[in-house]
Design a protein around this ligand. Sequence first.
Ligand code: CP
Ligand code: NVA
Length: 318
Amino acid sequence: MDDLQHLLAIDDLGSDFRTVIDWAIRFKKEYTNDFSDFKPLDEMSIGCIYEKPSTRTRVSFEVGIHKLGGQPLTLLKNDIQMGKSETISDTGAVLSRFLDGITYRCFGHEMVAELAESSSVPVINALSAKHHPCQAAADLMTIVERNPSLEGEKVAWVGDGNNVLHDLILACAMLGIDCIWAVPSGYEPDADVVARARKIAAETGASMTKTHDPKKACKNASIIYTDVFISMGEEHLEDKISAFNGFQVNEDLVTNARDDYGFMHCLPAHRGDEVTDGVIDSENSIVFDQAENRMWAQMAILTYLCNPAAFQAFLDLY
Ligand code: CP
Ligand code: NVA
């Protein structure tokens, strides 16, 4: 296992990514049997800072930390000094004296990078404008649960070139899964992220393809994934939505995919915009498995970062 301190983007996990996913899948299975008394975060406190709203991330971290024996402290931006009378950097230094780990949902990615820089305890990115690694960990866990060999997987993204896509591309590259993304012109994923993914994919053999044609992307896809067209922090860009005509995942578009394709969405979904009710409520939809897996994947990540010995001990048992 590598000696990783912080998780800011999914490729920080390097070659341990599949191990973290397999740990999460195994732990999810075992938890209901014997492992409910396995408490790798015993006596630990994890601070969870939010500068943007959250349902899944907040609840899954709070419940997951509790299940691992730790104490979650949710710190909402209006209730703490950071960003008002105190810098991110001073906050990181101070919180490190009390806490055993910090999760942070922020606007610009440089904010979580600054917190990590000043923190002596692990910092986990709980979504920045550029990356959403906890989402990608849960997403790939969900794909591996369906098909552990990953044989024949083809992940198609239809929508915006955003934070969720960035970590999805990287995660697919890391696990050797072919990935194609259909985005409107002008809404491509960041070039530096795509370059990172292509470099990883050159090692794992995954194909990384960009297109502006949603039908082409969905052709024979095993997974179709979309997200909101306007992300948190972009609410002032509401005209942006007109660029996404033809990028809705609807009953017509999904006929291009394999019959047994899985529909994925990080949620929250704007039903009627990026996806129709008919698709998100169909039997192909696995969006609620994804949502549940946020908790199990984050429990694996927290144990990996905050108590590597316990992470290894569980691996040794299975
Ligand atoms: N998918 C996700 O991060 O959801 P929340 O914004 O509800 O945390
Ligand atoms: N792209 C979305 C994801 C929300 C979980 C956003 O950043 O708002």
